[in-house]
Design a protein around this ligand. Structure first.
Ligand code: PHE
Length: 458
């Protein structure tokens, strides 16, 4: 066990897990899907999904990881050596981690370019149209797209290279508190200088209209934002010492992640709502087109703009670390590779697989016109296809299987032994958790999947 590594402290685990959960999903995706879905009610549905589906599955993942002290595939093998079928959950998780990291690193790379642009005053004096078109030009620049993707994969690999306590824990312990601090400063700034009241009313207006599609999106996002359904929490849990209370740790991570998502809205909306003349034509672009313009036109914007993009980069890094670790821990445990060799090989292969994603937005014509999947009537390019596949299908399917496994297959004594460890399961009652993981979480996800396939109609 000791050769695999362990978290040095309980706080180290919580910060690393929170670092995995808090990422572009919170700072980039949540604000724009909330905006797209009219705020309020969407936020409420999201909070319900987080509590009755997300949190129980997070507890289940950490529990499976810690009880076996193994990677995503090894854990299911250890629990059920005679039934290989369960290992598919692990395989699916590793494939999903591989896929998500390949395109996530591309967007993470954009945050580096934008940190640099803000620092060097690139945006000063430019109008909204020029800033928007400069984003398009950046996307169409193959060298910078692949270059930043490479830089981000390299930094991720460098951290994971150091191992659990000397690599991941050491860095997340610094980055995650820093990230919270920057976020709070930004929120205070934004609420006091922008349209704070309007933003709060938008987020907490629980009578706003919501579509069925919006509800599905809320559930799907619950998986993505909490890093669930692909074994990231399972893998981090496998390095956890036995004296930690899993319920409390999972609860803390979930609350932190949710707070960051809400605070991210409170950072962005007041600034955006205070500029009624700004057209938010494409909500995805809020961060890279609208915000840089606003930042350069408000007081102290030249300080807050680089801070904001650096924050995004840190948040992304603590997530990419966990994605890489899922794949690396598999090769270390199961294929008996050395950690260093594994990190180099795995991150290089993921980098290669991400290149078409980096070139998906106009950098190379024939690559940008590859369409693999479609969503409704829209054909999706390489980048969007893999994002759609992973966040809308693979994570929910993985999460549902993990919930089913934890609820129905895993031995009760084993579950109790893990969950009642530590200071006891005081915060979240074992019976309540067991009920949710058996009946509520898997059924909710199954219904959503059946709806998506078209078997259930509303
Ligand atoms: N939770 C991360 C985010 O919100 C993304 C992620 C998904 C990380 C799955 C690890 C595993 O950005």
């Amino acid at each position: 066990m000791s050769s695999r590594g362990n978290w040095g402290t309980r706080l180290g685990f919580v910060l690393a897990a929170a670092g995995s959960a808090v990422g572009l999903g919170n700072l980039w995706k949540f604000p724009y899907i909330t905006y797209d879905n009219n705020g309020g009610t969407f936020v409420l549905v999201y909070l319900i999904c987080i509590s009755i589906v997300g949190l129980p599955i997070m507890i289940a993942e950490i529990m499976i990881g810690r009880s076996t002290q193994k990677n995503a595939v090894g854990a299911f093998k250890a629990l059920f050596p005679q039934q290989w079928i369960w290992q598919i959950i692990g395989w699916l998780g590793i494939a999903t981690g591989f896929i998500i990291l390949s395109y996530y690193s591309v967007v993470a790379g954009w945050t580096l370019e934008y940190t640099l642009r803000s620092l060097t005053g690139y945006f000063s004096g430019l109008g909204p149209d020029v800033i928007a078109s400069s984003f398009g030009e950046f996307l169409a620049d193959p060298v910078r797209q692949v270059g930043w993707h490479a830089v981000f994969m390299f930094i991720t690999a460098a951290v994971v290279f150091g191992g659990i306590s000397k690599g991941i824990e050491r860095w997340t312990k610094v980055l995650v508190p820093l990230l919270f601090a920057i976020l709070l400063v930004l929120m205070v700034y934004s609420l006091t200088t922008g349209a704070g009241k309007k933003a709060i009313a938008f987020i907490f207006n629980f009578s706003s209209p919501i579509s069925t599609h919006g509800m599905l999106e809320a559930l799907g996002h619950a998986f993505f934002t909490l890093s669930l359904g692909m074994g990231a929490m399972l893998t981090y849990g496998s390095y956890l010492r036995k004296d930690t209370d899993i319920g409390k740790a999972a609860f803390t991570v979930t609350v932190l992640d949710t707070l960051v998502a809400l605070v991210a809205c409170l950072v962005m909306y007041p600034i955006i709502f205070a500029n009624p003349d700004l057209q938010i034509t494409e909500s995805i672009g809020i961060i890279f087109t609208t915000l840089p313009y606003i930042f350069q036109s408000i007081p102290l914007g030249n300080i807050f703009s680089p801070l904001f993009f650096a924050l995004m980069a840190f948040a992304a890094l603590t997530s990419t670390i966990s994605l890489l670790e899922v794949v690396v821990s598999y090769t270390v445990d199961e294929l008996k590779w050395q950690r260093h060799r594994s990190v180099i090989v795995v991150s290089f292969v993921i980098f290669l697989f991400g290149i078409p994603s980096a070139l998906s937005y106009g950098a190379v014509d024939w690559i940008s016109s590859i369409t693999l999947l479609s969503k409704g009537d829209a054909a999706l390019n390489w980048f969007d296809s893999f994002d759609y596949l992973a966040s809308n299908w693979l994570l929910p399917i993985g999460g549902m299987l993990i919930a089913f496994f934890a609820g129905w297959i895993m031995k009760v004594e084993l579950k109790k032994a893990e969950i009642l460890q530590g200071e006891g399961f005081k915060l979240i009652n074992y019976g309540v958790w067991n009920f949710l993981i058996k009946f509520v979480s898997p059924v909710a996800v199954l219904l959503v999947l059946l709806y998506k396939i078209g078997i259930i109609k509303l």
